[in-house]
Design a protein around this ligand. Sequence first.
Ligand SMILES: Nc1ncnc2c1ncn2[C@@H]1O[C@H](COP(=O)(O)OP(=O)(O)OP(=O)(O)O)[C@@H](O)[C@H]1O
Ligand SMILES: [Mg+2]
Length: 878
Amino acid sequence: MIQSSSTPDRKAVRQGLADPERAPAGAQDRFWVYPTEECLTRCGTGKDGLSAKEAARRLLDFGPNVAVEPTRRRILAKIGKRLVEPLIAILIAAALISGATGDWASFGIILTILGLSIALDVTQEHRAEAAADALKRSVAVRSTVERDGKPLSLPVDEIVPGDIVLLRAGDLVPADGIVLDTKAAHTNEALLTGEPFPVEKRPGPSNADTPAEAFNALFGGTALVSGEATMLVVATGAQTRFGGIAAALRTVEPPTAFERELHAFGILILRMTAFLVLFVLLANLMLHRPAIESFLFAVALAVGLTPELLPMIMTVTLSRGAVRMAARKVVVKRLSAIHDLGAMDVLCTDKTGTLTEASIALVGHPDLNGVDSERVIELATVNSRFESGVRSALDDAILAHAEDKSLDAWRRIADVPFDFERRRVSVLAAKDGERILIVKGAPEEILARCDRVDQGTSVAIALDSNVRMRLERLLEEKSTQGLRCLGVAWRSIPADRDRPAVDDEQDLVFSGYCVFADPPKASAAQAIARLEAVGVKIKIISGDAAPVLHHIVGALDVPAHGLLTGAEIAKLGDEALAVRAVQTDLFARVSPDQKTRIVRALQAQGHTVGFIGDGINDAPAIKAADAGLSVDGASDVARAAADMILLEHDLGVVADGVAEGRRTYANIMKYIRMGTSSNFGNMLSMAFASLFLPFLPLTPIQVLLNNLLYDVSETGIPFDNVDEREIARPHTWNMHELLRFSLIMGPLSSVFDIATFVVLLQGFGASAEVFRTGWFVESTATQILVVFLIRTSLPAWISGPNKVLVASSLLTLGVALLMALSPMGMGLGFVTLPWPILAILAVLGAGYLLMAEILKRFALPKQRSIARRYSRGLKAAG
Ligand SMILES: Nc1ncnc2c1ncn2[C@@H]1O[C@H](COP(=O)(O)OP(=O)(O)OP(=O)(O)O)[C@@H](O)[C@H]1O
Ligand SMILES: [Mg+2]
C-alpha cells in the first residue's frame, strides 16, 4: 500500500525535518540524524514511494527540482528590459514631448517604429530560445523514481520530497536525502566538501555535525561512483545544500573568448557613438538649429549607430546553429559552446566507442601456458557478476561469454569496487566454505601484486623473474595485436573476514588473462582525416595500455606522434606537461585527473580544446574543456558535465558540428561587418552633412525608419549560407582584420555619400524635402544591398545567398522604396522625385556597389591558401 496517499499533510512535509518543535535539539537541517522509519513518516511516504497524484500535488507545492531558477526571461520582462535602455527611454521621452507640444504625427510614428523594432527583436530572440530549450530538454538527466510502487524514469526536475529514488553507479544524485539501502555505494562529494576520494554511504542514522561526515546522507549535485543506493528525498531545488551554494554564488557561465571580444567591441562602438552624437548635438545647437529637432536627430543617429540587434542576432544565430546541429545529431546544452566548437583546434578523444566499435568480445582466457583455462574464466565471471561498481563493457563481455556457466556454487560476500586510480576491482566470494578474494584489473597492476601463479589445476608455483617474463611476453603478444587484456588473480581469505580492503590486494596468485577484441571503427579514420583537414588536431587520451593505442592508430591509419603514459605525466610539473602535451598525440594509462591536467595544459598553450568521452572518468576533463562533448548513452555524470551531447557515437558528427560552429561565427561576422561599414558609414556621413547643410539631412523620424528597415533586412543573416572556405579553419576573433575592413569600406561609402550630396544640392538644387527623399532612397538601398557583397569573400555572383536573406533584404528594400516614392510617404516628409534624380541615384548606387565588390578583395581576410589546404584535406579524406 502506498502510505503517502493517506498522509496528505503537506504542511508537515514542507516543514519537513527542519520542524524545530519535533526535531531533536540542534538538529535543524541535519536531516541525517533521524532513524530511517522516522524520516519516512516525516516525509509522509513509504518504502514504495509516492503515488503519482501525491507527487503531482507536491510538485505544485514545492516547485520544480532545479537548483537555481532558470534566468530565462519571460517575454514581458524582455520587453521591459529594452524599454529602460537609455536610448529607447530617451526616444520615448522625445515622443511624449512631441505629443505634449501637439506634434501628434511624430508622437505616433516614433512610438510605432519603436514598437516594431522591439517586437522584432523580442519575438526573434524568444522563438530562437524556445527552440534551443526544447532541444536541451531532450537530453536532460533523468532518474529512476518509485511512483505508485513501480520504478519510473523521470526528468530530475519532477522529483519531490518524499520520493524514493533508485541510484546506480554513474548516476547523479538528483536532490538531498538519506539512503534507505545501499550496495557498496560510494559517492564523489568533491563539489560539496572538497574531498576528492569517493566516500562510502550506508543507512543511518548518523549524528554527524557536517554533511561531509554524514555517511547516510546523499546530496544533490554529487555523483554515485560505485554501487547502488535507494534514496529517500528530503529536500529538492533551492532547498538542497548544493542549491544553496549555487544560489549564493549565482554562478553564471563565464563568457567565451568570442563573447568577451564582442563585448569589448560593442563598448568601443558605444564610446564612438556617444562622442559623435554629443559633437553633432553641440554643433547643431551652436548653428542655432531648433533645439528639440537637433536633439531628436542626435538621438536618432545614436539609435542608428548602436549595433542594438547584436545580442538578438547572436542568440538567433546560435539557436539556429543549435537547431541545425540537432539535425546532424548534436544536441547543444550550452549555446555559446557552439563558438568554442568552431574555434576548437585540438580535440581530445577517448578510445572505446569513439575510435572502436565498442562491441567488445572476450576472445580468450589463457593461463601461464597460453592455453584457455576454465579456472581463469570462472574467477573472472564471479568477479564481474558480483562486483557492485559501474559494470563496464569488459564485464559485459565476460558475462556474455560465460552465459551458460552456473555460479550456484558461489556466494557473494563483499567487494572493493573498481576505481580509475587503482584500475582493478576485488570481489570476496565463498565456494565450498572457502573464502577467496578475486582481483581483476589492468594487467600491470595485477602482476605487480602477485607472488605466485596458478599452474594448470595443480598447486600454485612461485612467480619468479623467469615466469614473470613469460607472462609479460604473453601480454605483449596480445596487446600488439590490439587485443585488450585484464589480469585475473586471487588469494585465500580467513573465514571470519567479511570486509575486504584495498590492502588485501597483495600476495596474490596470478591466474591468467582475459583477452578482448574491440575492432577499430572504420568511420573514425575518415572523421579524423576530416577534422585534421579543417585544422583540428586529434589527441587520444585513454586509460588503456600503450600497445593497444598504437595498434588502433595503426589500424585507422591516423598520423600520431609521441606517447606519454600516466606514470610519466605524474612526474611532470604543469609547465613541463604543457610543452609535452602539445607535441604528443597519444596518452596511455592516464587517470581521470590526469585527463583534466592534459586539457588544462593544452589550454595554457593557447589552444581551444575539445574533449569527448563517455565515462565517469571523463567527466572532469569534459567540464574543463572549452567544448565538452559526450554521447547519448554515456553516464549521467559525463552527460551532465558536457556542453553538447552527440546522439550518435561517431566522430563524423563532431566534424559536422565544427562546421556548424564556424558557420555561426561567419554569420555573426557578417552582421558586424555590415554594422561597421555600410551602416556606420551612412550615419557618419549624415552626422557631418548636418554641419554643412542648411537643413538636417534626414528628419529624426526618417533616420529611425531607415534604421528599422535596415534591421529587418538583416534578420535573414542568421539563416545565410556560408562559403566552404569560411569553415576551413578554426576561427579566431581578429580585431586587426575588422579594422582593415572598416578602414577600406567606410571611406568608400563616404565618397559616394558626398557625391550624392553634391549632385543633389549642386546639380539639382534640391529642396530640403527632395534632398531627404533622395538621400533616404540612396542610403537605405545601398545599405541593404551591400550585404550580398559583404557576405562573401568570393565574387558575389559565385557565392549564393540563402533565400531567407534574399527575401528579408529585397522585401524591406521594396517597402523602403514604396514608402519614399509613393504617396504613402507624404506623412513621413517624403516627396515625389523627378526621374532624372532617380536615374542619377541609381547610377551612383550601382557605382558604389561595383566599387565595393572590387575593394572587398582587399578588405576581407584572404583565405585562398587555406581553402586550397582544405580541399586537399577533403581529397585525402576520400
Ligand atoms: N570492469 C573492470 N574490471 C577490471 N578492470 C577494469 C574494468 N574496467 C576497466 N578496467 C581497467 O581500467 C583501465 C582503464 O579503464 P578504461 O579503459 O575504461 O579507461 P578509459 O580511459 O575510459 O579508456 P577508453 O579511452 O578506452 O575509453 C582498463 O584499461 C582496464 O585495465
Ligand atoms: Mg572510456
